[in-house]
Design a protein around this ligand. Structure first.
Ligand code: GLC
Length: 615
């Protein structure tokens, strides 16, 4: 090519480049955006936010306030087309390759799409890692919060947060929708097991997990954004109805349900999720006083507020969401909407509300400032992709060992007549029965692999029965029969592992009874008739109505929902760990007493804080 032609070609290319230049554009080398202030990590975050905001269109700002479910982004390019700033995996929403590497590949693919936009703002991806990274096959599954509350060990819970953050980071995910700092007041509630305790003292103390998740400061190699949820009063609804109405005075709301959020804010929690529930008939998703005035101004929360799953749809009590509901929620102080499917409709409705003057631009900018601040603090602009060095940590033995320690500390010994426990490792014959003795799914509960959880061999782990078998001496015979068939007087002891099967959220509401099911009662009856000393291990997400059965049992341990490391239960049964757990919930005499809580004067079967040891 002659020099004249080359010069002409060069001029043409420069002209084309000038035409394509978009202020703030990034991605292609040599554009001004690559040197834009918001891309300079040496600048204060506030300066970077100011610079980026100045380059953003209204649609780009609305996109940052939009969170879409992973499975809804079809085509995936919608993430870029609509400038969507956040993706979530709802409970059980896993990539086809549900392995740590499969999650990391999926995350990185979404991130590449997000970075292809002119401003190249990274997306932030959230998931419910509420007892380990529980959507991921092979991840370490820790005890649910009710069991962690029984440990009374905030340092342990902090460590669980750190380890969970490593596993979450190893899959690319930046943000967990946890901890639930709800204060469960009525055990009929299907989310009782997500509560650390019925009194705000334990949930407040267990916000130590926020430090574990986020690190000393956001931006560490395994820092993930934590979420205090569900703001506020979700555990106090009438009848323990999930998403129901919390009819209490403001004084009681502040005394019982607000303190854990104050504790989380003081720890610098990065996000807060709004509760589906209502306060005295008004949906919290539209409650400007509670969100703007109390959470943001009075408590000084500087992170961002996210709605719950399609939570704004419920504000007017009608299906779907309207522009009015969008405006109400945003003006109440919600910064990001977990739509999660109709993101195009949400974006167009919010744009219309802004253009109509129903949502001030200052509110849009405030929401973006809050969201972008966390993205910068997390280091997403500098390190947008998965750090694969942490991927092998998912389900590692070291993590499982910590989970086993948590299981040990969460066991509560409620009865031990004639020192039926600890069992001897050199027993001649031990009989094990019950539907929850050999079932990883049942011992993990809801929010495990799937949203509701499920019975069966759903993920690698150690069942209680396997733990027992691994503990006894080679000469000990351990016989297992789910219904207790075959029990006879030749056995030195019988261990019945009974209780609940998995559930989550409203599916777990029990407006009727809280007693054991017929299968468990039949198994227990069969074992009692044998006259063999009977040790009952209760695997459940809450106290159960057992007062009329317990007299026939020689010992009772409540194991809550221990997760994958059932060995921790066996460690207590055989005395390798002297039980230290204390009840985080008052144990009813009968279901009709609900709600029954510490200090209310009702006669409990076992009081809040009760727990025996081996002396
Ligand atoms: C659910 C839950 C909430 C969870 C969210 C995303 O409905 O209420 O706890 O974080 O949706 O899965």
């Amino acid at each position: 090519m002659t020099s004249t032609k080359l010069a002409a070609r060069l001029v043409a290319l420069l002209a084309l480049g000038a035409a394509l230049y978009v202020p703030g554009a990034s991605g292609s080398a040599g554009t001004a955006a690559d040197t834009a202030a918001y891309r300079d990590p040496s600048l204060p975050v506030s300066d970077r936010v100011d610079d980026l905001l100045s380059r953003m269109s209204l649609d780009e700002k609305i996109g940052q306030m939009t969170q879409a479910e992973r499975s809804a982004l079809d085509p995936q390019s919608d993430l870029a087309t609509y400038r969507i700033g956040s993706v979530l995996s709802g409970g059980g929403s896993a990539p086809a390759d549900n392995t740590a590497a499969g999650w990391a590949d999926t995350y990185d693919s979404f991130q590449r799409t997000a970075l292809s936009t002119p401003l190249g703002i990274p997306m932030i991806y959230g998931a419910d890692a509420v007892h380990g990274h529980n959507n991921v096959y092979g991840a370490t599954i820790f005890p649910h919060n009710i069991g962690l509350g029984a440990t009374r060990d905030p340092a342990l819970v902090n460590r669980i947060g750190e380890v969970t953050a490593e596993e979450v980071s190893g899959t690319g995910i930046d943000w967990t929708f946890g901890p639930c700092v709800c204060v469960a007041r009525n055990d009929r509630w299907g989310r009782t097991y997500e509560s650390f305790g019925e009194d705000p003292e334990i949930p407040s103390a267990m916000t130590s997990i926020v430090d574990g998740f986020q690190g000393a400061t956001l931006g560490g190699p395994t820092s993930i954004l934590a979420t205090a949820k569900h703001y506020v009063g979700d555990g106090g609804t009438e009848g323990g109805v999930d998403q129901g109405d919390t009819r209490v005075s403001e004084a009681e709301l502040r005394a019982i349900h607000l303190p854990p959020f104050q504790a989380a804010v003081e720890r610098g929690v990065g996000s807060v999720m709004i509760s589906f529930s209502s306060w005295n008939g008004e949906k919290v998703h539209g409650h400007r006083y509670l969100i703007n005035d109390v959470l943001k101004e009075e408590l000084g929360f500087t992170g961002f507020v996210i709605s719950d799953w399609a939570g704004i749809d419920q504000i007017d009590g009608q299906p779907g969401f309207t522009g009015a509901e969008v405006a109400t929620a945003i003006n109440a102080g919600i910064d990001m909407i977990m739509v999660p499917y109709d993101y195009q409709q949400f974006i167009s409705l919010l744009r219309a509300e802004v253009e109509a003057g129903q949502v001030p631009m200052a509110r849009i900018d405030d929401a973006n400032r809050r969201i972008l601040t966390k993205k910068f603090e997390l280091g997403l602009f500098e390190r947008p992709f998965t750090d694969r060095s942490y991927t092998p940590s998912v389900g590692s033995q070291a993590h499982r060992d910590l989970a086993r320690e948590a299981v040990r500390e969460s066991q509560v010994l409620l009865k031990n007549n004639d020192d039926a426990l600890p069992l001897s490792k050199s027993s001649d014959k031990i009989f094990v029965a019950g539907k929850n003795a050999d079932d990883i799914g049942n011992q993990s509960g809801g929010w495990t692999i799937s949203w509701q959880g499920s019975s069966g061999d759903i993920t690698p782990g150690t069942t209680v029965l396997e733990g027992i078998r691994d503990t006894v001496s080679p000469g000990t015979t351990v016989t297992y029969d789910r219904e207790g068939q075959g029990i006879d007087g030749s056995y030195e002891s019988a261990v019945a592992v009974v209780g609940e099967t998995p559930y989550a959220e409203g599916e777990g509401d029990r407006p009727g009874g809280l007693g054991l099911d017929a299968a468990d009662l039949a198994t227990l009856s069969r074992l009692e008739e044998s006259g063999v000393p009977l040790i009952v291990v209760l695997i459940s997400g809450r106290p159960m109505d057992i007062a009329t059965e317990i007299d026939g049992w020689d010992a009772l341990v409540t194991a809550w929902l221990p997760g994958t490391e059932g060995q921790g239960v066996a460690d207590v049964l055989f005395g390798d760990h002297n039980p230290t757990g204390k009840l985080p919930m008052t144990w009813m005499r009968e279901a009709g007493q609900q709600p029954i809580n510490v200090g209310d004067g009702k006669p409990a079967l076992f009081e809040y804080g009760y727990g025996l040891d081996y002396g």
